[in-house]
Design a binder for this molecule. Sequence first.
Ligand SMILES: [Zn+2]
Length: 130
Amino acid sequence: MKLLVATSKTQGARENDFNHCIEGELIWIAPCCEDGEESPDSECGCGRSFAGLNSHHGTTTALVVELPGFTCSDYTEALRSSMAAQGWPPDAADEVAAGLLSFAFGWEVGTVLERRYDLFIERLVPASPG
Ligand SMILES: [Zn+2]
C-alpha cells in the first residue's frame, strides 16, 4: 500500500520550507485556515504543509512510500486517533483515509511532494549528495 510520510528530503529547496515532523511518520493533508487558502506562503504555513499523525507538527515535504503489511484499516485507525487527539471529527477518518490512499496511489514510490494549497507538485530529488 502506498502512503505519504514526512521526509527531510529536498528541505531548503524553498526559502520558507520547514520540517517539524518525525522522519518517516505518517502524515495527512489537513484543512487550511483562511490565510493558508489565500497563499501557500502565508506565515502560518498551513497551505504548504502536511501534518504528522504522531508529532502533530507540519512539514513542507512528503515522501511517497510503500508500506507492505500496512492495511487500509490500520491507516484509518491511525488517522482516527490522530484526528481525535487534534480536535478534528474522528468520524471523518474513513473519508480522509480513502482520499489520501487514492492520492498516494497516483504517485511513484520515492516521489517527494510539496503542497501549494490544493496543488501538489513533485520535487526533483538530487541523485546523491556531493
Ligand atoms: Zn494557516
